[in-house]
Design a protein around this ligand. Structure first.
Ligand SMILES: Nc1ncnc2c1ncn2[C@@H]1O[C@H](COP(=O)(O)OP(=O)(O)OP(=O)(O)O)[C@@H](O)[C@H]1O
Length: 276
């Protein structure tokens, strides 16, 4: 069953919308689960206070999403989901689970969201982001773009809009599910040949990306050999980072070997998820 990814700046009304969606589909007899900081007992001001904590928060959320995505459960990721690379990871999780994904973007003006964040009904310290942290997260927010396949289909909701339940239903339940991107037939290689392939393919991709880095901007998508996926240039990607990523992927792929015809795709996914 599908994954609904909420996205929006702090206080933009994501939880309120998520609860409305929850109520609507539960009343239709669907099993729905909301995953957010509250359900995972994460204090928002602790969980986003620096990049390390934030990485752990996202890791916890991702694991909970993966655990709960199943044939009969609609999972709602009710969180900021504000980093493009992280939304891409969620897309990969949905794809691997053979399930559909859609995005609900709460496009609330900054002034209203900031006011709603501070004037919550729930005044407990963990319920709201501090004003400073809310401003920082709002500043860093990467607005979903429906041209990216991981941000699509995208439902953008301004505060005055009502939820398009019928369209959500059709998108979630009546269109074909995403197919896992695995080879239909398993291929085998001897360990030595596997390492050779790994070496060759990752080197080719690294060469193309390092050439492209000279003239690319953050957000550009680079076409690489052997994969239909594209490497997204993110702010942390430099030549040395690229080499580090390749080394790490090398170790990772030997522990969790992809199918030989999936090496290029896996490496692209690996590079793209290293942004977050
Ligand atoms: N359309 C709206 N009009 C007025 N108040 C709203 C609206 N939507 C949400 N609120 C109020 O704003 C506050 C924040 O809403 P909510 O928790 O849904 O936002 P959020 O985006 O999930 O926040 P966070 O980013 O902290 O998780 C709540 O008190 C909620 O009742």
């Amino acid at each position: 069953m599908p994954l609904i990814v909420m996205s929006g700046i702090p206080g933009s009304g994501k939880t309120k919308r998520a609860q409305e969606i929850y109520k609507h589909f539960t009343e239709m007899g669907k099993k729905v689960i909301i995953i957010n900081e509250e359900s995972l007992l994460i204090d928002k001001n602790e969980g986003y206070k620096d990049s390390l904590q934030e990485k752990m928060t996202r890791g916890t959320q991702k694991a909970a999403i993966e655990r709960n995505l199943s044939k009969d459960t609609v999972v709602i990721s009710d969180s900021l989901n504000y980093i493009k690379g992280y939304r891409y990871e969620l897309y990969c999780i949905a794809r691997a689970a053979g399930t559909r994904l859609l995005l609900v973007y709460c496009d609330t003006p900054k002034e209203s969201a900031s006011k709603w964040n501070l004037e919550r009904e729930d005044q407990s310290p963990s319920a709201a982001f501090s004003e400073k942290l809310a401003q920082e997260l709002t500043f860093r927010f990467e607005v979903p773009n429906p041209k990216n396949r991981w941000d699509s289909p995208l439902f953008t909701l301004e505060p005055q809009h009502s939820l398009p339940y019928e369209l959500l239903y059709k998108t979630l339940f009546e269109v074909q599910e995403l197919r896992p991107n695995f080879a239909t037939q398993a291929q085998t290689l001897s360990p030595a040949n596997f390492v050779h392939e790994l070496e060759k393919i990752t080197q080719e991709i690294t060469n193309v990306v390092s050439d492209a880095l000279q003239s690319s901007m953050v957000g550009d998508e680079i076409k690489v050999p052997g994969s239909n996926k594209r490497v997204i240039i993110h702010s942390k990607l430099s030549l040395s980072e690229l080499r580090t990523q390749r080394r790490q992927f090398f170790k990772f792929a030997q522990l969790h070997p992809p199918q030989p015809n999936q090496i290029a795709d896996s490496f692209v996914d690996f590079l793209n998820t290293s942004a977050s």
